[in-house]
Design a protein around this ligand. Structure first.
Ligand code: HEM
Ligand SMILES: [Cu+2]
Length: 584
């Protein structure tokens, strides 16, 4: 184990003394494991509730038998959305985006701020759990006013969000340490991608934090009597669109930064990976109001501009599709794959970490295509607030992010704990079942959405005749939704048997190193376990230009202001005052 630790630390170490180094290394691993366990613990609860929602759409109402634990469908849906969408993703990301750069740079992260990050998010999660399970706050994961939950909900959300921004200063400090020792060199790839992701997220978080701190927190404790729902929705979506990139970019980091190596090849272009991340940051913030195509109050011209801006976001996704596809093809051909698709078959499908990520990338084809439907104003009018929408985001966050995070645990839990996976076959089964379940389920949801089946609707509580009269026409797609949900239950428990089984009972073995990929033509020290390249060996001009992250951040803020001021300004001059509502 010590050999691997030393081999990974080819960069300058901030540690003084060997023992201190080993102690900090162990502390770092423990912290990362804590982030994984907290995040996946949230997913375990969230993914257990998910299939109940799927059954709801097939007319099966499980909620009466779940009392007193859960009172209503909406309570379950709130817990599902909050735990999966925020708690799971934030914990795993705030662990990974510190741990991977620390390994890549060979620098110890600030352990105190990283623990504070964990502590704030854990305190926030505790408040949220209390507020959701006591049935005071079934406000769904979007917490739109005038629905009104308890103060624990909003203050918990505030703490969780603030905590999730704390990796940024940790990353900046690690990068500064690394740069002091290697003046003039560009930031290694995984660290660069992590830094851009966190910069994007900290700027994006301004919207939700303003909504919470200026409006919902004081409203929930009675300091202000009323809030403006449309202003709050606009602030919510200022964060709520970029959050989808905060979900995706960590998965992309694994795809670009690790997967090509895991698959047996190299990353075909390091500058393209950087460009993707820079574009995602700049495009993410200005377009959030495309979630408000059905809201009143802003001009037709703006709606048109938003469609165009939104479509530009497809560009970095296409670059990713090509760069990743080519990297996988390169790996497949190195492994002896020939012909048009032989390389795809030649990928190491027996490795659960590779299989889960390649399958996640395949589901993203459906996710990206349906995103284009949601993002265009006219098409959105057809699917708006139908279950087409959750159908779309389960083939993005529900599979791309969730499956990639699962894939990461398949090498990372052995890496952190020095225990071998309890069963590679079960891990593979989990990946394939999750893929199959999500595809069935998402196709069913999208198809049923075209019949107008509404989202967020407790339709199984309707009298049977009414249910059939309203939704009988969509019975085939709705049966797919339920079937997908049942397959996803199997996938969930297969995955968690591997995850917790490995942590608790895995056989002791030498921990594998972090599989950092090397880029073709890139300096070898972008893969930290390779020997450092001679000084001056060349990053591309594009990589050098993109190194100016503060300029990119400035451009992002200016673009976001240009998109938001014209929309928010009229709202601020026609403030509506809504008191709170409790509908459950
Ligand atoms: C175990 C597999 C899962 C199943 C069967 C499932 C099922 C569902 C269903 C049927 C809905 C729509 C409910 C409605 O609109 O009435 C839903 C909503 C949602 N799901 Fe999942 N889901 C699963 C996993 C996930 C994962 C992994 C994530 C995120 C990482 C996620 C995030 C969400 C969110 C954010 C909502 C929206 C809640 C709302 O509209 O308020 N789900 N899920
Ligand atoms: Cu969006």
């Amino acid at each position: 184990m010590n050999i691997q630790v030393a081999a990974q630390a080819t960069g300058p170490r901030a540690d003084t003394g060997r023992d201190a180094g080993i102690g900090r290394d162990a502390a770092m691993r423990r912290m990362m494991l804590a982030f994984l366990v907290a995040g996946f613990g949230a997913l375990l609860v969230g993914a257990t509730i998910g299939p109940l929602q799927a059954l709801n759409y097939a007319g099966i109402n499980a909620y009466p038998s779940l009392r007193p634990l859960l009172q209503t469908y909406y309570q379950g849906l709130t817990i599902h959305g909050v735990l999966n969408g925020y708690v799971f993703t934030f914990f795993v990301t705030c662990g990974l985006l510190v741990y991977l750069p620390a390994r890549e740079l060979g620098v110890t992260p600030g352990l105190a701020p990283w623990r504070a990050c964990f502590g704030l998010m854990a305190a926030g999660t505790a408040c949220l759990l209390y507020a959701m399970f006591d049935n005071s706050s079934s406000v769904l994961w979007t917490f739109y006013p005038p629905l009104k939950g308890s103060p624990f909900f909003y203050f918990g959300m505030t703490l969780l969000t603030i905590g999730s921004t704390m990796p940024l200063p940790i990353l900046l400090a690690m990068r500064a340490t690394w740069k002091r020792a290697r003046p003039g060199q560009v930031t290694p790839l995984v660290t660069y991608m992590s830094l851009v992701t966190m910069l994007m997220w900290v700027m994006a978080g301004i919207g939700a934090l303003a909504e919470l701190v200026l409006q919902l927190d004081p409203w929930s404790i009675g300091l202000i009597a009323a809030v403006d729902p449309i202003i709050d929705r606009t602030l919510f979506w200022l964060t709520g669109h970029p959050i989808v990139y905060f979900w995706l970019m960590p998965a992309y980091i694994s795809w670009y930064g690790l997967l090509s190596r895991q698959a047996g090849g190299k990353l075909v272009s390091d500058p393209m990976a950087r460009l993707t991340f820079a574009l995602l940051m700049v495009f993410a913030l200005p377009v959030g109001t495309h979630h408000q195509f059905a809201d009143p109050g802003f001009s037709q011209v703006w709606r048109g501009i938003l469609v165009v801006l939104t479509m530009s976001v497809a560009m970095p996704s296409l670059i990713t599709a090509f760069t990743l596809g080519l990297s996988l093809e390169y790996a497949g051909r190195l492994r002896g794959g020939t012909g048009l698709f032989g390389w795809f078959r030649a990928l190491p499908w027996g490795d659960p970490s590779v299989a889960a990520q390649v399958l996640a990338a395949v589901t993203f084809i459906l996710g990206g295509a349906t995103g284009i439907v949601n993002g265009s104003w006219q098409l959105d009018a057809i699917v708006h607030n139908t279950i087409f929408v959750p159908g779309h985001f389960h083939v993005t966050v529900g599979s791309v992010t969730a499956m990639t995070f699962m894939a990461i645990t398949f090498w990372m839990v052995p890496h952190l704990t020095g225990r071998r996976l309890v069963s590679r076959r079960l891990a593979l089964a989990a990946a394939w079942l999750w893929f199959a379940g999500m595809m069935l389920f998402a196709v069913g949801m999208q198809w049923a959405g075209l019949y107008g089946v509404p989202r967020r609707a407790w339709i199984s509580a309707l009298p049977h005749g009414t249910y059939h009269a309203l939704y009988g026409a969509a019975s085939v797609p709705l049966a797919l939704v339920a079937a997908g949900g049942v397959v996803l239950w199997l996938a969930t428990y297969a995955f968690f048997a591997v995850f917790f089984g490995t942590i608790l009972f895995g056989r002791r073995a030498a921990p594998p190193p972090v599989p950092f990929a090397q880029a073709i033509g890139g300096p070898a020290d972008h893969a930290i376990d390779a020997p450092p390249s001679p000084a001056g060996a060349g990053p591309s001009p594009l990589a050098r230009a993109l190194e100016h992250v503060w300029i990119l951040a400035g451009v992002t803020l200016v673009a976001a202001a240009a998109a938001y001021v014209p929309i928010l300004w009229p709202f601020l001059h026609h403030v509506t005052r809504a008191p709170g509502w409790v509908l459950w």
